[in-house]
Every structure is written in C-alpha cells, then in structure tokens.
Design a protein around this ligand. Structure first.
Ligand code: E4P
Length: 224
C-alpha cells in the first residue's frame, strides 16, 4: 500500500520524505489556506519536493470552471493530480479532464454508489473519507470494503485512496483490505512509527552499554 501525506506544509512533507515514508501528497483548500502562502508557488514547491502524485482540489462549482482550473493545475507540474468533488458537475469535469489525459482524484466520496460512478467517469483515484463517516456513526472502513469488492468485480483501473484517516488502526485496516493508498496527516504518520516497547527497549540497551568501561567501548577501524 502506498502512503501519502495529507498536508500542504513543506516542513512536514520534507520530514516525511527524509524517513522514506511517503509516495505522494494530497492537499485540499483547507490545508492550503492554513499555510497562508501564495497558492501557485506553494503548489509548485510541493510538486518539486515530492517524487510522486500531488493532489490539488478545484475551487469552481461548475464543470467548465473545474476543467479550466484542472488544466491550469496540470500545466504547473507533471506530478499534479486534479481533485474534483463527487458532484454531478465534478463527474462531468472528471470525464472531460480524463479524456485529456489529466489524472483526476475524485474527492469527498461517502458512498459505494458514488465510488462506482467515479470509476465509470474515469477517475484515477477515488477518495472515500473514512474519518468523516466514523464521525457521524457510519462505518468508514465498511465503505472501503464495499468499494474494494465492487471495483474487483469489474475491470476498473481507479485506485482506492483511503482519506480522512484519523488514527493508525485506519491505516492497518486499509492495508488489510488491500486499499491502493492511505493518505494521512503528519500526526498519524508519526504515530505509525511509535511503540512504547521500542522506546523502552532502546533505553535499556543504551543503559546497559553505559556499564561497559570506556576502554572496552573504544573501537577503531584498522586498515592495512
Ligand atoms: C483527502 O484528500 C483529504 O484532504 C483529507 O483526507 C480530509 O481529511 P479530514 O476529514 O481529516 O479533513
């Protein structure tokens, strides 16, 4: 399963890349707005930093506007994937952009029927929002299970990008279900690394090492 970082923050993106942890980035208007920076230079910088797809969402509400914005985004950098919302207008725009070989991430997906229609429109990624479904007492991961089954029944090439991830168990479950990608905020990515037994184990190893006399600890590489 690929891992994407759900962030428009360059510091976080660079840090996650330095761990070898991420394969791409997703952003949305809320995440970009948080950065308080000029939009296009920021987007270009993110694309130049990440060696993989970078999703950015259109702002227009009508298909013609989304298509126009999508074309402009796509010209910025080859890593761009245009995000269109799962509305009738978004599906129209997806169909058009896809016919122009521009990759589309259909976002704000909350049902299996929506995911089916996105695949039919030619979406490159479908983004079901599991956390927001859990928030309203619906089964977010159940939706991933349904989409996986439906896509598996037919020759769709749309990749399932699990979005709105809130905690590590969402990531584990996404991988168990065979999702193509999980996108998550930096805080969740950090939580994937941490384990109290790793910290305690390391602490113990280093304490034990400190017991060794200084002479015994010294080593040097001898060359002939
Ligand atoms: C995905 O592409 C979205 O940007 C994101 O996952 C939304 O997550 P949220 O529900 O935590 O805002």
């Amino acid at each position: 399963m690929k891992i994407f970082l759900d962030s428009a923050n360059l510091q976080e993106i660079k840090e996650a890349i330095s761990w070898g942890a991420i394969d791409g980035v997703t952003t949305n208007p809320s995440l970009v707005a948080k950065e308080r920076r000029e939009f296009f230079p920021l987007l270009k910088e993110i694309c130049a930093t990440v060696n993989g797809p970078v999703s950015m969402e259109t702002i227009a509400r009508d298909a013609a506007g989304m298509v126009e914005e999508g074309r402009t985004f796509a010209k910025l950098h080859p890593n761009i994937v245009v995000k269109c919302p799962l509305t009738k207008e978004g599906l129209k725009a997806t169909r058009q952009l896809t016919s122009e070989k521009i990759r589309v991430n259909v976002t704000l997906c909350f049902s299996a029927t929506q995911a089916l229609l996105a695949a039919k429109a030619g979406a490159y990624f479908i983004s079901p929002f599991v956390g927001r479904l859990d928030d309203i007492s619906s089964d977010g991961m159940g939706l991933i299970r349904d989409i996986k089954t439906i896509y598996g029944n037919y020759p769709f090439s749309t990749q399932i990008l699990v979005a709105s991830i809130r905690h590590p168990l969402h990531v584990v479950e996404a991988a168990r279900l065979g999702a193509d990608i999980a996108t998550m905020p930096f805080s969740v990515l950090e939580a994937l690394v941490k384990h109290p037994l790793t910290d305690a184990g390391l602490e113990r190893f280093l304490k034990d090492w400190d017991q060794l006399p200084a002479e015994a600890k010294a080593w040097k590489v001898t060359t002939r």
